[in-house]
Design a protein around this ligand. Structure first.
Ligand SMILES: Cc1ncc(C[n+]2csc(CCOP(=O)(O)OP(=O)(O)O)c2C)c(N)n1
Ligand code: SF4
Length: 539
């Protein structure tokens, strides 16, 4: 059968299309972005009138997907792990409402923080919500699990969480597709009050969620994604979750592990299988990406003195991404570790593109702030966070999306002068607008710079929901018109821009400055696609 060479992210997207998805809503975030991008570009998705859309943030995405499920259709939302924090209110409550049409939430974790603020483990959110969870070990499984996830969700009337990690999301392998299934017809929830979480309903729904846990465990015990692979040598038993299973078998030439292995791909954990491994083997090694979730639960409910190894006892490092070498070391294997990489591929620190508009915003801001001491610029998350690096050294904080304006407000309210917030256009609509409203309500003396490069550059140039609307939004929220300014962040206007910022730093209320110039990368990609279009028309 023909195989498609797909990234893990693309395999998930293709499987969702093939499984009869009707709507996907997401906010970009590495390493999840390519799932929604694939659906947006898919001819099959367009022909099937599948709705695919970027949203303002992960919470609005989660709620839109829940709306799709409400009417009986199959819905999906994808985000990076920290996005699940933003979506958490809707996500946790969706386990109480349950699903009508199949609902899949994909959360992509980034162990080692290749492009993230933390390396939290989304499986804890799945446990917290008490939802069934899937964790693929390779691209084919990512495809098969996604296809199955919608059936699973409809079988139990419950959303399903899929947890993936960077390496799986961004590596490619051949994937065999299943037959395409038609989209669901419109079908309202059978239970009239299911989605009305008034206390009386919520209590009933919560009891039903608790009552369903045993059936989720039974489903895990019988799942083809959880396998007990027996072997002769019982001196060690290995539990390998998700992609860690791949790292394990890569250590053996014929992929045959001499010890019994419990491969985990579906949660809640298959308790009987775990008990069997624990009873049959002298000691247990747990290999899992992220936090020691399985290791902790094993220590918690099965510990009768047998040695349990993993991230907690130091057999595997407590933090950071796994790889076959780390797994091999935990198994006491010796092997060729490879050479030092050539300088051509050595890691280089990230930097703003030459000529990036953010450079000129920071040059002007730095000069305007010269007479003040350090510690006054609260930044946010985007390409402009690179303003923390030399030669700019222009920002003092970066915590989570939206934290720039709110932190500046708190600092300004309690005595910092001047307090500056720097935020990108996409981050502003993600979670900056509500903070700006707070600042306006309290008349906090903050100078907010919304760096408008007309795109979501950091994650690859998705459309920004703020496009063409920033001044109107700020005015609508209540910023005084005379304190909303647009500037052109370019060397030619440096003195003018600097003077404008200096002036607003003196203002004892909320002012907004919008440096506006398109990201160079989106300009280049637009020109490339226009040229390709012209070439195509001439052929
Ligand atoms: C909660 C959360 N969601 C998504 C991301 C991924 N992410 C990092 S920055 C960013 C947006 C950047 O766009 P913008 O604010 O316009 O700045 P630009 O990169 O264009 O300068 C996104 C989506 C994240 N870090 N946290
Ligand atoms: S991608 Fe765009 S916004 Fe990001 S550094 Fe390059 S030019 Fe600047």
């Amino acid at each position: 059968m023909n195989k498609l060479p797909l990234l893990g992210d693309e395999a998930i997207a293709q499987a969702a299309i093939d499984a009869g998805l009707s709507g996907i809503y997401s906010y970009p975030g590495t390493p999840s972005t390519e799932i929604t991008e694939y659906v947006l570009k898919s001819k099959e998705a367009k022909e099937g009138k599948l709705v695919a859309s970027w949203t303002s943030n992960e919470k609005t995405a989660m709620e839109a997907a829940l709306g799709v499920s409400y009417i009986g259709k199959r819905g999906m939302t994808c985000m990076k792990h920290v996005g699940l924090n933003v979506a958490a209110d809707a996500f946790i409550n969706s386990a109480i409402t349950g699903a009508n049409g199949g609902l899949l939430v994909v959360s992509a974790d980034d162990p080692s923080m290749h492009s993230s603020q933390n390396e939290q483990d989304s499986r804890f959110f799945g446990n917290f919500a008490m939802m069934p969870m899937l964790e693929p070990s390779n691209q084919q499984e990512a495809y098969d699990m996604t296809h199955y996830a919608f059936d699973l969700s409809e079988k139990f009337g419950m959303p399903v969480l899929m947890r993936i990690t960077t390496r799986l999301a961004h590596s490619r392998a051949g994937v065999v597709r299943k037959e395409m299934r038609p989209q669901n017809e419109l079908k309202m929830p059978g239970e009239a009050n299911q989605f009305i979480l008034l206390p009386a309903n919520a209590r009933r729904r919560y009891k039903s969620l608790l009552g369903s846990q045993e059936s989720y465990i039974r489903e895990s015990e019988g799942s083809t994604f959880n396998r007990y692979i027996d072997a002769e040598d019982k001196s060690l038993g290995i539990i390998a979750c998700g992609i860690a299973y791949n790292y394990l078998i890569e250590n053996f030439a014929d992929q045959k592990v001499p010890y019994p292995v419990l491969k985990i791909g579906q949660y809640p954990l298959p308790r009987t299988m775990m008990e069997k491994l624990y009873e049959e083997c002298d000691e247990i090694l747990v290999i899992e990406e992220g936090y020691p979730l399985v290791e902790e639960s094993l220590r918690g409910y099965m510990n009768n003195g047998k040695r349990i190894r993993g991230r907690l006892d130091g057999s595997i490092p407590r933090d950071g991404e796994l790889n076959p070498v780390l797994v091999g070391k935990a198994l006491g294997l010796s092997f060729f570790e490879g050479r030092e990489p050539s300088n051509n591929v050595a890691g280089r620190p990230p930097s703003l593109c030459k000529g990036c508009p953010h450079i000129y915003s920071y040059n002007a801001l730095n000069e305007a702030l010269e007479k003040y001491a350090k510690g006054r610029v609260f930044s946010d998350i985007g390409c402009y966070t690179l303003g923390a690096l030399e030669p700019f050294d222009a920002i003092n904080t970066c915590v989570d999306m939206g934290a720039s304006i709110t932190m500046a407000k708190g600092a300004a309210d309690t005595g910092l002068v001047p307090a500056v917030a720097v935020i990108g256009d996409s981050t502003f609509t993600h979670s900056g607008m509500t903070g700006l409203l707070d600042a306006i309500i309290n008349k906090s003396p903050v100078t907010v710079m919304i760096l408008d490069n007309e795109t979501t550059a950091m994650t690859g140039g998705q459309d920004s929901n703020a496009h063409g609307k920033l001044e109107d939004i700020c005015e609508g929220l209540g910023v005084e018109k005379e304190h909303i300014h647009v500037m052109n962040p370019i060397q030619k206007y440096h003195d003018e821009n600097m003077a404008l910022i200096k002036n607003e730093l003196e203002y004892k209320g909320v002012s907004v400055i919008i440096p506006r110039r398109e990201c160079l990368q989106t300009v280049a990609s637009r020109i490339r696609s226009e040229k390709a279009k012209v070439k195509q028309e001439m052929q």
